[in-house]
Design a protein around this ligand. Structure first.
Ligand code: SF4
Ligand code: SF4
Length: 209
């Protein structure tokens, strides 16, 4: 497989402003209140006085062994060999929602047109799936995802995993090595309670609707 592309997210820098989610909607033509290819959640853990909250910016995790791909009855979902990005081909999707139920993160979204859609790491700028776009690895100047472009706190980055690893702490790298996603998550600094909150960032919590 070509080199895996993914995201790097630093919990310590995210301010919860949702600029990433709004930028994503703007780029891909989604209306306010409509589908969310990216969303910002507030994750809490512990009890007073050891209570902690973290902002978490979430999109498709471009999983290594994608559960959504396995359940799709029309083979509309593909974990691309060329760059590891998971796409939903809307010409093949029949809107059965199986992928939404299978995804632990609630990433595939049911759109007005009756088809599923989700983050494609900005393979293109439009509302489409990007399924036919050339590999990010083969593009001379790959499009920077809108969420990364507009992140006010510099909390989000995207690229080949080997490059993202240059940003990662040992703790983030260790977590990634034991994970099945293509998102490197930087845990909170120096706080065990916050660390617990952050752990739920990559813990499946939403099976879609
Ligand atoms: S996060 Fe969900 S939609 Fe994305 S690859 Fe994993 S299972 Fe599929
Ligand atoms: S990478 Fe692109 S599609 Fe994915 S959340 Fe960011 S802006 Fe949206």
């Amino acid at each position: 497989m070509g080199e895996q592309w993914g995201f790097y997210f630093d919990t310590n820098k995210c301010m919860g402003c949702s600029a990433c989610a709004i930028a994503c909607k703007n780029r891909h033509g989604a209306e306010a209140g409509g589908v969310d290819w990216r969303r910002v959640e507030r994750v809490s853990s512990g009890e007073f006085p050891d209570y902690n909250e973290q902002n978490v910016s979430l999109s498709c995790m471009h999983c290594a062994d994608a559960p959504c791909e396995k359940v799709c009855p029309t083979n509309a979902i593909e974990k691309r060999e060329s760059d590891g990005i998971v796409t939903i081909d809307r010409d093949k999707c029949i809107g059965c929602k199986y992928c939404g139920w299978a995804c632990p993160y609630g990433a595939p979204q049911y759109g007005d047109e009756g088809l599923m859609q989700k983050c494609n790491l900005c393979l293109d700028k439009g509302p489409g799936s990007g399924a036919d776009a050339p590999s990010k690895n083969d593009q001379e100047d790959p499009l920077e995802p809108a969420c990364v472009d507009e992140c006010v706190g510099d909390a989000l980055h995207a690229g080949p995993i080997s490059e993202l690893m240059d940003l990662a702490s040992q703790a983030a790298a260790d977590r990634y090595a034991n994970d099945q996603t293509s998102v490197i998550v930087e845990p909170p600094n120096n706080d065990a309670t916050a660390e617990n909150a952050s752990n739920s960032i990559i813990t499946p919590f939403n099976a879609g609707d």
